[in-house]
Design a protein around this ligand. Structure first.
Ligand code: AMP
Ligand code: GLY
Length: 416
């Protein structure tokens, strides 16, 4: 079977790497891929958001399945376009991807179906938003409505900060069209856990829990990033919490989407906060998370290609999905300066010395036979071991062997 994977980050490397283990998969293309993915798949120079380009490539090369991994092509309707061309595609259609693409849609859905989440209000007018902030007081959370690369959220500790975030988003156009509407949310506290699930429209099967580290620096300081590392499982996600989430959040969300005529098929990501009043949804993503996927898929013990097909054919309930009883830790090595401006083209050395971890490539290219940096997040050094402590130790032992100019990584992944 031939598979085309759309995307070119660490998450897509993990998906390609896991699909390669399937005896049924004999060829993988990845569009656009990256330097590391090119070691395992045939990279094709088509942008992940180029729907016409991807459809044309698929029509010519006839993959048996196209896996659309990133948020923007899903929000733009790539799965719908592939299906219209008669090509099997994994991922939610545009009308279901909206659960991530519009935070106000997601909040309204949760309110309508009584799914626990932070209290909120939606604004398109900055004066009204500011009046609401003054009424509610700080701390308070301001979110751009649309996709903003994980950077559209301001957790404001003061009213002034919240007001500035509203002005930047609505009046200043900081997030383009994505910020013309803002969601203002009640500030919640508690440990954050990510739970990803395969969903076939009706049934869902959760993956083991994970935790992400969104801030750039140790001790959760510095700006928010796409994610500086992840580990699985989360210590906070007990069997009891899992059951509560299944009954109050996971099943109700899948049922709500079906009831709205937007059946969700693909991977649904639940960003949860375990508050003193129980688990609440912080965000939904309509896809595998990055870097959680690198940690979670490292623990998968079932053929991923079989799972994708079961989702597409709506028979997820018939398949047994197994996970290894161990722990995984993924440490992201980023370019100095990320998530703000950073330089590219730095040579990466030491990859051959890695022993025990697997290095997923996020932002790398091959130049004159050498790996060089080509993005903000560069590598995701991922180790699996019987305990989380061992997985952390193994991953960092390998991180220290890898070098590139101005490399930056957190030293406390897995500790919180
Ligand atoms: P998001 O992009 O929605 O995941 O938000 C980014 C981060 O902001 C989350 O991982 C949380 O740490 C924080 N955050 C989002 N919403 C809230 C909230 N209502 N209360 C407190 N923190 C939040
Ligand atoms: N790691 C969070 C995300 O993928 O959005």
């Amino acid at each position: 079977m031939k598979v085309l994977v759309i995307g070119g980050g660490g998450r897509e490397h993990a998906i390609v790497h896991t699909l390669k283990k399937s005896p049924k998969v004999d060829h993988i293309w990845c569009a656009p891929g990256n330097g590391g993915i090119a070691q395992e798949a045939e990279c094709v120079a088509i942008k992940a958001t180029d729907i016409d380009g991807v459809v044309a490539f698929a029509q010519e090369n006839q993959p048996d399945l196209v896996m659309v991994a990133p948020d923007d092509p899903l929000a733009l309707g790539m799965v719908d376009a592939l299906e219209a061309a008669g090509i099997r595609a994994f991922g939610p259609r545009k009308n279901a991807a909206m659960i991530e693409g519009s935070k106000s849609f997601a909040k309204d859905l949760m309110q309508k179906y009584h799914i626990p989440t932070a209290g909120y209000a939606v604004f398109e007018d900055s004066a009204e938003a500011i009046a609401y902030i003054k009424e509610q007081g700080a701390p308070i959370v301001v979110k751009a409505d649309g996709l903003a690369l994980g950077k559209g959220v301001t957790v404001a500790m003061t009213e002034d900060e919240a007001i500035e975030a509203v002005r930047d988003a609505i009046d200043g156009g900081a997030f383009g069209g994505a910020g013309a509407r803002v969601v203002i949310e009640e500030y919640l506290t508690g440990p954050e856990v990510s739970v990803l699930a395969f969903v076939d429209g009706t049934h869902l099967k959760t993956m083991p829990s994970a935790q992400d580290h969104k801030r750039a620096y140790d001790h959760d300081e510095g700006p928010n990033t796409g994610g500086m590392g992840a580990f699985s499982p989360s210590r906070f996600y007990t069997e009891e919490v899992a059951q509560t989430c299944m009954e109050t959040i996971f099943k109700p969300t899948v049922a709500a989407m079906a009831a709205e005529g937007r059946p969700f098929k693909g991977v649904l990501y639940f960003g949860l906060m375990l508050t003193p009043k129980g688990p609440k949804v912080i965000e939904y993503n309509a896809r595998f998370g990055d870097p959680e996927t690198q940690a979670v898929l490292s623990r998968l013990d079932t053929d991923l290609f079989d799972i994708f097909n079961a989702v597409i054919d709506e028979r997820l309930h018939e398949i047994d999905i197994r996970w290894t009883d161990n722990a995984a830790c993924c440490v992201c090595m980023a370019s100095g300066g990320y998530p703000k401006a950073y330089e590219k083209g730095k040579e990466i050395t030491g990859l051959d010395d890695v022993d025990g971890s697997f290095v997923f490539h996020a932002g790398t290219a091959v130049q004159d036979g050498k790996f060089v940096t080509s993005g903000g997040r560069v590598l995701g050094v991922t180790a699996v071991a019987p305990t989380l402590e061992e997985a952390i130790r193994k991953a960092y032992t390998d991180v220290e062997k890898i070098r590139f100019d101005k490399a930056h990584y957190r030293t406390d992944i897995g500790v919180k």
